[in-house]
Design a protein around this ligand. Structure first.
Ligand SMILES: [Zn+2]
Length: 78
């Protein structure tokens, strides 16, 4: 696993729960398909502001494009 001393990496807008490990489940799929993961907001390029990067996810019965905030909430992108 990687490590960092940057405190903002643990802010809610920068966190999403994925099943598996770096080689299994959804976490493994993200690591194995990093370009696609960046396109879908599941992996952020260095310097990206998490609150400004839309995340594509399946929530409440359908695919949504959402922004995460540091209160642990989300809002749908129009
Ligand atoms: Zn999964």
């Amino acid at each position: 696993m990687g490590g960092t001393s940057r405190p903002e990496v643990n802010e809610p807008a920068n966190l999403i729960l994925l099943c598996g490990s770096g080689t299994t489940g959804c976490h493994g799929a993200v690591e194995a398909n990093r370009t696609l993961a960046v396109e879908n907001g599941l992996l952020l390029p260095a310097g990206a502001v998490p609150e400004e990067v839309p995340v594509r996810l399946f929530k409440d019965g359908r695919m949504r494009l959402v922004l995460l905030d540091n209160d642990g909430d989300w809002s749908e992108v129009a």
